[in-house]
Design a protein around this ligand. Structure first.
Ligand code: PAF
Length: 282
């Protein structure tokens, strides 16, 4: 695995691969890798000749500075995992490399429209602008044919789809299924910060989603939402939302519809905010 820290050097090396006709797959990450990330790498490896991963904890997408400071970092283990998974190029830039004028000096604004205004967008102001800025920069550096992202960040995937349209990027977006621990907890880098007690409480988030999903056709959604939020609170969470939405455009729903839907949740355990979702009919 080659490791690059500068955009210019990475572009040069990947430019040579492209010239040789190689298909390039890319999985952007913020490190603290788990099996969910590795599944993105494996999908890229199946489709593409060259697999590129990036590790960059992007300051502009953290609306809470404490969350940024406490974001887990396991670089040595990450490098071993990526090497074993068959990554060809790892991009590991500094903040100065990605934001030469400083992360505070961003003047770009993407028109993500409605999808940026609800759920994560409402609870994390400017989060998706920060995601858009960095993913756009990374795409310009890597210029992949295929881009791999996890369904666990359902709304982020919709934002990236829109970003590709806005920027005219030719990369094809592949949304890979959420991987779960044996008890159902969605794999997430933030899980590393849970205390053993919080870890056992955390399972309630996927249990609640599954319970809503199982009861969606037999009980009105508003009652399920209310009871679901109470279940989360009883397990020690402070929930932000439990929502039903169209999986196509994230329109919030009060009752199931015939098209594909997503049930989405965000809730805090102490200062650790977890999100998860399950789809219906997708
Ligand atoms: O999902 C993530 O880890 C990040 O939001 C991403 C896409 C790597 C951008 O920083």
């Amino acid at each position: 695995m080659y490791l690059f820290k500068r955009v210019a050097d990475l572009r040069e090396a990947l430019g040579q691969e492209k010239k040789a006709g190689k298909r390039i797959g890319f999985a952007p990450t913020m490190g603290a890798l788990h099996q969910g990330h590795i599944s993105l790498i494996e999908s890229a490896g199946k489709d593409c000749d060259i697999v590129v991963a990036s590790i960059f904890v992007n300051p502009t997408q953290f609306n809470d500075p404490k969350d940024f400071e406490k974001y887990p970092s396991t670089l040595q283990e990450d490098i071993l995992l990526l090497t074993a998974a068959g990554v060809n190029y790892l991009f590991l830039p500094s903040v100065a490399e990605m934001y030469p004028e400083g992360p505070g000096a961003q003047h770009i604004h993407y028109d993500f429209g409605y999808i940026e205004s609800v759920l994560e967008g409402a609870y994390r102001p400017n989060h998706f602008q920060g995601v858009g800025i960095i993913v756009d920069k990374l795409l310009k550096a890597v210029q992949p044919d295929d881009l791999y992202m996890g369904q666990k960040d359902f709304q982020q995937c919709m934002i990236i789809k829109r970003l590709l349209e806005i920027t005219g990027s030719p990369a094809r977006l592949h949304i890979c299924p959420t991987l779960r621990e044996a008890d159902g907890l969605a794999m997430s880098s933030r899980n590393m910060r849970l205390t053993p007690e919080q870890r056992s409480q955390a399972v309630e988030i996927s249990r609640t989603l599954q319970w809503v999903k199982d009861n969606l056709s037999s009980r009105p959604f508003p009652g399920l939402r209310e009871e679901g939020l109470s279940r989360l609170a009883a397990a020690g969470f402070i929930p932000d939302y439990l929502a039903l939405a169209s999986a196509e455009d994230l329109r919030l729903l009060e009752a199931p519809e015939t098209g594909p839907m997503a049930i989405l949740v965000a809730a805090k355990l102490g200062d650790i905010r977890l999100i998860d979702n399950m789809t219906v009919g997708l």
